[in-house]
Design a protein around this ligand. Structure first.
Ligand SMILES: [Zn+2]
Length: 280
């Protein structure tokens, strides 16, 4: 009856495994940021199903709650939208914050999915702080963000953060982390060699964008760590090595290059200029 049908987040075997494992321990957080290049909303729905599932090996994909979540009709899994405004208005978020205190209709939890955090300006995000910090245990907030830098450090420090690899792939993640490692303690020569290596590896513009976005996300984590002291090992190392001002400067440089990856600029030109721009 509750046999798993192999439901998974496309292209994300690691994250799929991780969510199942955490669901099994009842350790899915109350605030989760899903960032990166992959299918963020699909991942959020998978996570919501894991939170509502009444089967084994959550999400089983076949029980009533799973089925409703996956069809988008579960009354306790709410996609937050504001069709009347370009960005999600403060009023809509105040209603969400108040609604979070009302018990679920039929599910185990109340789950709010934010499909695009680009629509949440800082003022709107501030409305959610209190409910994120001291909201009822049954409420969960899932933030989908192309880059976690879209969210305030105060939100980031209250949430767990999972990155989707998507097109950037494993290589992009490793490359992004390596680049950050070089920013911490590498010499100018090492940074130049890394950029030359990228060029020689015939990396595509899309792959380069994935790698730089990954590095940019890590810098955003490190900036948050400057304020909160929280974060993973790399975030704390970056925060300690660079400090707020240099982290912001490096993030600005990466933003510029990520934008340029969207234009018809040669990869060789980008990787050549990158080292020069990052060496201070
Ligand atoms: Zn289920």
């Amino acid at each position: 009856m509750t046999r798993s049908v192999g439901l998974a987040i496309a292209g994300e075997p690691g994250l799929t495994r991780y969510i199942r494992e955490a669901a099994g321990r009842d350790a899915l957080g109350h605030a989760v940021i899903l960032s990166g290049q992959g299918a963020l909303e699909e991942a959020a729905r998978f996570l919501a199903a894991a939170m509502e599932c009444t089967g084994a090996d959550r999400p089983c994909g076949v029980c009533g709650p799973c089925e409703k979540v996956l069809r988008g009709v579960h009354p306790d899994v709410i996609t937050v939208a504001d069709p009347d405004h370009k960005n999600i208005s403060v009023e809509v978020l105040r209603r969400v914050a108040a609604d979070a205190y009302i018990l679920p209709n039929e599910g185990r939890r109340k789950v709010y999915i934010f499909p695009d955090c680009g629509l949440l300006d800082p003022k709107a995000q501030n409305v959610l702080l209190k409910v994120l910090e001291e909201g009822p245990p049954q409420a969960a907030f899932l933030f989908c963000a192309a880059s976690s830098a879209l969210l305030l450090p105060t939100i980031r420090s209250r949430a767990v953060h999972w990155r989707l690899l998507g097109q950037a792939g494993e290589q992009g993640t490793r490359g992004g982390e390596r680049l950050c490692g070089l920013l911490c303690g590498g010499s100018a020569a090492e940074l130049t060699a890394f950029c030359a290596e990228l060029e020689n590896s015939k990396i595509t513009r899309e792959e380069l964008r994935g790698l730089l976005s990954e590095a940019r996300d890590r810098l955003a984590d490190a900036l948050a760590a400057c304020y909160t002291g929280a974060g993973d090992a790399l975030a704390r190392e970056l925060a300690g090595a660079l400090g707020r001002r240099r982290l912001s400067a490096a993030a600005d440089v990466l933003d510029g290059f990520i934008r340029q990856c969207g234009y018809n600029v040669g990869v060789g030109h980008l990787t050549g200029a990158l080292a020069a721009a990052l060496i201070v």
